[in-house]
Design a protein around this ligand. Structure first.
Ligand SMILES: [Zn+2]
Length: 92
């Protein structure tokens, strides 16, 4: 029921460059930190498993590390995966 809203948020975040448009070579999974998930804005609880996406774009030399981590719920990562697949198919 919240999926369509989450999809919208994810699509917007990808367009804004806050979430990557391609699957990284490696995904880091772990338990949550209580920080909000960028996809659904709900916190990823410490009792939940989440996945971290790397920051988007190249990081400039000397730039500070991004303050916000892209730590998503497992279910949100699955939605993100679908969204990027569709976006990348559109591009052709
Ligand atoms: Zn989420």
């Amino acid at each position: 029921m919240i999926d369509s809203k989450t999809r919208e948020r994810i699509t917007q975040a990808i367009k804004d460059g806050r979430l990557p448009r391609h699957r990284p070579a490696r995904l880091w999974g772990g338990s949550g930190t209580g920080r909000p998930c960028p996809a659904c804005a709900e916190p990823v609880q410490v009792t939940e498993v989440g996945f971290e996406l790397p920051p988007t774009g190249p990081i400039a030399v000397g730039a500070p590390p991004p303050e916000e981590e892209n730590f998503l719920h497992q279910r949100c990562l699955a939605i993100w995966d679908e969204v990027i697949r569709e976006l990348n198919a559109d591009k052709s």
